[in-house]
Structure formats: structure tokens, C-alpha cells
Design a protein around this ligand. Structure first.
Ligand SMILES: CC(C)(COP(=O)(O)OP(=O)(O)OC[C@H]1O[C@@H](n2cnc3c(N)ncnc32)[C@H](O)[C@@H]1OP(=O)(O)O)[C@@H](O)C(=O)NCCC(=O)NCCS
Length: 191
């Protein structure tokens, strides 16, 4: 029960406040309510409405995109996205550290892209009570990320990278490479 005391919950709130800043925290709260009614609308109408919504919410969105139901974006204001972006259901993108997506990028279902990483430097202190390190993620033109893959903070996927289903990408990739596994390693070149 010790971990659920109100003191710890306050500390969690303040550690989040420290990482996101006051305006950042308020903005993520507001953003979550704005996008919530649009998130599960099915079919092409849902995709059209989400496109119009994220055209306003993202820092940059260059053309029509297909965002399937139940995709979560956090810190939309830090997402820059190119043309013809397609993302499948249940993908989670946290742009606290910035996320840049090039043209013609395809994300499978259940992909996790998180540009913030929890600190654990203070050995005895719970991770929830420590700060977050922000590291930008860049996904260059023509990348395809398979289902259930995880892209870690600070990674850059070079142009044309294919990430296999279930991969955990911890390091930046070579252009036109195919990476797979945990941690992800190059399994072939496309050229
Ligand atoms: C990565 C991928 C594109 C590679 O396809 P491919 O070029 O046909 O590769 P191969 O089947 O020839 O596999 C080459 C090797 O990599 C391994 N491999 C392939 N995909 C892998 C994966 N996702 N994780 C781990 N290993 C993988 C294979 O087992 C094989 O190993 P081996 O040489 O020891 O037998 C494909 O396997 C994949 O994961 N596609 C994603 C599918 C998806 O998520 N679709 C969602 C819709 S968007």
C-alpha cells in the first residue's frame, strides 16, 4: 500500500510537471479531450475527420493521411509529418521529445514510438518519481514499421528502412535496410 500513498501520487504529479512543464502538462490534458471524440470513428469518414483534426493539431502535416481508429498521439504539437502518412490501429506515438515523419511512411498496428524515456539513475527511487529524458525520433521518407514494433527515444530510421514485426529498435538504421528482432539488427539490404 506504501506506493499508493497520496504523498507518492503528489510526487508523481510533480515529477511529471518537472518533465513536461506547466504549459506542456495543461496542453496534453486539453489535447486529450479534443482528440477523444474523433479517435474511434470508423471507416473513411473517421479517417477524413481525423485528417482534418490533426492538420490543425500537428506542428506540420503536409497532405491527406490515413489514421485508423484508436491511434494515440500525445504532444501533437511536436509532430511534423510529411505526405501520404498511413498508420494502423492501436499505435501509440508520444512526441514529448519531438517526432519527425517523412513522406510515404507506413506504420503497422500496435507500434509504439516514444520520444521520452524514464530516468532510473536514482537507484532506490521508483521510476514513476524520476524525470523523463526527451530525445527526438526521426522517421525518414519511405519507412515501413511492422506490427508491434517499438522505436526507442533518439532513434533515426534512415530513408526506406523496413522494421520487422515485433522488433525493438534501439539504434539508428542504415538507408534501405531491413531490421528485425530484439534488439533490432539488420537482416538484409533492400538495394
Ligand atoms: C521484416 C520482413 C518485411 C522481412 O520479410 P522478408 O524479406 O520476406 O524476410 P524473410 O522471410 O526472408 O526472413 C529473413 C530472415 O529474417 C527473419 N525474420 C523475418 N522477419 C522477422 C521478424 N519480424 N522478426 C525476427 N526475425 C525475422 C526470418 O526468420 C529469416 O531468418 P533466417 O534467415 O534465419 O531464416 C517481414 O518478416 C515482416 O516482419 N513484415 C512485417 C509484417 C507486418 O507487420 N505487417 C503489418 C501490416 S503494416
Amino acid at each position: 500500500m506504501k506506493n499508493f500513498s497520496s504523498k507518492n501520487i503528489d510526487s508523481y504529479f510533480f515529477s511529471k510537471l518537472k518533465s513536461y512543464g506547466f504549459r506542456g502538462l495543461i496542453w496534453t490534458e486539453v489535447e486529450s479531450y479534443i482528440v477523444w471524440p474523433f479517435r474511434t470513428i470508423p471507416g473513411m469518414l473517421g479517417c477524413l475527420l481525423r485528417y482534418l483534426l490533426y492538420k490543425v493539431m500537428f506542428k506540420k502535416l503536409d497532405s491527406f493521411c490515413v489514421i485508423q481508429p484508436n491511434v494515440f498521439f500525445v504532444n501533437c504539437i511536436r509532430i511534423k509529418c510529411g505526405r501520404n502518412f498511413v498508420v494502423n490501429s492501436n499505435t501509440y506515438i508520444n512526441a514529448v521529445g519531438g517526432v519527425e515523419i517523412g513522406d510515404n511512411v507506413l506504420l503497422g498496428p500496435n507500434v509504439v514510438i516514444s520520444s521520452g524515456e524514464h530516468q532510473y539513475i536514482e537507484g532506490r527511487l521508483a521510476v514513476t518519481l524520476q524525470s523523463i529524458v526527451k530525445k527526438k525520433i526521426v522517421i525518414r521518407n519511405g519507412c515501413w514499421i511492422g506490427a508491434n514494433a517499438v522505436i526507442m527515444a533518439g532513434v533515426e530510421l534512415a530513408e526506406g528502412t523496413i522494421v520487422g514485426a515485433g522488433a525493438v529498435v534501439t539504434k539508428s538504421t542504415d538507408a534501405f535496410s531491413v531490421v528485425a528482432g530484439v534488439p533490432a539488427k539488420k537482416i538484409k539490404d533492400r538495394l
